[in-house]
Write a protein that binds this ligand. Structure first.
Ligand code: NAD
Length: 513
């Protein structure tokens, strides 16, 4: 890996062999057990991070609480200026950070850079937003009264993130939460603690250079037990959690039990509908990128292709042909299309899915398999697989976080394809490939896709930051990033002001003394 400049990148990002895993800014401390971060690229130990103990966490929360008292009073456009500087720092460190993302998580270097670009983009978005945290003005029903609403900072926001977007998801939350006047405590995935540490260094430098208090950006490290410190903590009015549906169900219940708010970004089971009018070339590119990009480890990865019977064989053959061109190997080598899975547990789940789809009646069209030998020493490289299946199979209903694509056939109208597409518990991303206006509009209508994201003539993966990102049903219902997703990071207050000498009551109620 040294060939790819990893050591230099680690140095630029301040990653040491052993890293303190708890930070309120420039103050780093931790006394918990060590988490070893191994690269799925070559199986090497990258570095270790200390995990956060309850004692560490209490110290951090006290600092975060004190920081909120200061930060919430800084005018929002000035908070935006700090986020602007943070975006500038990310521009400077884009290459090393992109490289670390690629090396620690296993996605391609291009995708690592893309993740950092997304962080930069959300900072730009947040800077503009810092002058647009608008509320409405309403007409009061009472004479001589004025009514309006305003948005105030919420408090300490807890962010729990998944391994597959180890830096971007944090920034989607944090850039908005900061301009909204909140302070953030982030627990990255225990599979990518070093990405968290690198980001915290960058943020902490910016706050420090501006003379702002410790604790506006906080980092904790560890597994679900550390996550539970947050979900049970009444001092955190909002928990934003990204990860599996299994995790989301536990987190949602813990947060609801204390009547906190949760923003959930959970698993997907995303499909592309291929109609008789689809452009086949575009379909194949969209489907293959969607299914094998990030080795199938995106929440928006394409899991199902729902193909009309009239074009089924054509699409099937073209996709199989495209899979033959895929180069699997070190993701830091730009010649490769597909990198490794995150770890051997993920490989086991991939193998299990291939066995199950056959057991349940499916046929493997592209067999898949685990790669061995030179370049594949980590044991995490797998061949993307394709199976012909039925939507009703238990394994098809389930999100396997690996490059396994299911081909499903439909006949008749597009309604039939939409019904198949919607017949899963997840509701994140969806797409239709068609040049037929009626089919496209039906897919986008109330009778169409039930997902949070519905695309026409593009694939399911690769969203832009400008839109609200998230999904329905067991995907959790949360929205992050663009549009008005910022509102969840603030508390809304309705204000009514009486500028008369009378005290009329609402609804015409009389109360004379
Ligand atoms: P995961 O659920 O195993 O872990 C996610 C995070 O939750 C980790 O930080 C983990 O430590 C924490 N966690 C787990 N149990 C917890 C608990 N009981 N209390 C508090 N925290 C807990 O997920 P993963 O394997 O890291 O990521 C893959 C999953 O994430 C996939 O299902 C994918 O679809 C989903 N994902 C969704 C989105 C989205 O925006 N919808 C984005 C990225 C990933």
């Amino acid at each position: 890996a040294t060939d790819f400049g990893i050591e230099k990148a680690l140095e630029q990002l301040g990653i040491n062999p052993v890293n303190e895993g708890t930070s309120t800014g420039s103050d780093w401390y931790a006394s918990g057990e060590l988490i070893s971060s191994y690269s799925p690229v070559d199986g090497q130990l990258i570095a270790k991070a200390k995990s956060t103990t309850k004692e560490d966490y209490e110290k951090l929360m006290a600092t975060a609480g004190a920081a909120f008292e200061v930060w919430k009073k800084v005018p929002a456009p000035q908070r935006g200026e700090i986020v602007r500087q943070f975006g500038e720092k990310l521009r400077e460190l884009k290459e090393p950070l992109g490289k670390l993302v690629s090396y620690e998580m296993g996605k391609s270097y291009q995708e690592g850079l893309g993740e950092v670009q997304e962080m930069i983009d959300i900072c730009d978005f947040a800077v503009g937003l810092s002058r647009q945290l608008h509320g409405l003005t309403m007409h009061s029903e009472r004479p001589g009264h004025r009514m309006y609403e305003q948005y105030h900072p919420l408090g300490i926001v807890g962010i729990i993130s998944a391994f597959n977007f180890p830096v971007a998801v944090w920034s989607w939350n944090t850039a908005l939460a900061w301009v909204c006047g909140d302070v953030c405590v982030w627990k990255p995935s225990e599979k990518t603690p070093l990405c968290g540490i690198a980001c915290q260094h960058i943020a902490a430098d910016v706050f420090k250079a501006n003379g702002l208090p410790e604790g506006i950006s906080c980092l904790i490290n560890g597994d679900y037990r550390v996550g539970e410190f947050m979900t049970h903590d009444k001092r955190m009015p909002l928990i934003s959690a990204t990860g599996s549906i299994r995790m989301g169900k536990i987190v949602a219940q813990a947060v609801a039990a204390r009547l906190g708010k949760s923003l959930l970004e959970l698993g997907g089971n995303n499909a592309i509908i291929v109609t008789p009018d689809a452009d086949i070339k575009m379909t194949v590119i969209g489907a293959v990128f969607g299914a094998v990009g990030t080795a199938g480890q995106r929440c928006t990865s394409t899991r199902r292709l729902i193909i009309h019977e009239s074009v089924y064989d054509k699409v099937k053959n073209a996709v199989i042909e495209a899979y033959k061109q895929l180069r699997i190997g070190n993701p830091l080598d730009e010649n490769n299309h597909v990198g490794p899975l995150i770890d051997k547990d993920a490989v086991a789940l991939y193998k299990n899915a291939l066995e199950k789809v056959v057991d349940q009646g499916g046929t493997l069209l592209v067999e898949g398999g685990v790669l061995e030998g030179e370049g594949y020493e980590s044991g995490c490289y797998v061949k993307p697989a394709i199976a012909e299946a039925d939507n009703s199979y238990e394994i098809v209903q389930h999100e396997t976080f690996a490059p396994v694509l299911y081909l499903l056939k439909y006949s008749g109208d597009v309604e039939n394809a939409i019904e198949i597409q919607n017949s899963v518990v997840q509701g994140l991303s969806s797409a239709i490939m068609t040049n037929n206006l009626r089919e496209a509009e039906k897919f986008l209508s109330a009778a169409g896709s039930d997902c949070g994201i519905a695309n026409v003539n593009i694939g399911t993966s690769g969203a832009e930051i400008g839109g609200a990102f998230g999904g329905e049903k067991e995907t959790g219902g949360g929205r992050e990033s663009g549009s008005d997703a910022w509102k969840i990071y603030m508390r809304r207050q309705t204000n009514t002001i009486n500028y008369t000498t009378d005290l009329p009551l609402a609804q015409g109620i009389k109360f004379d003394l």
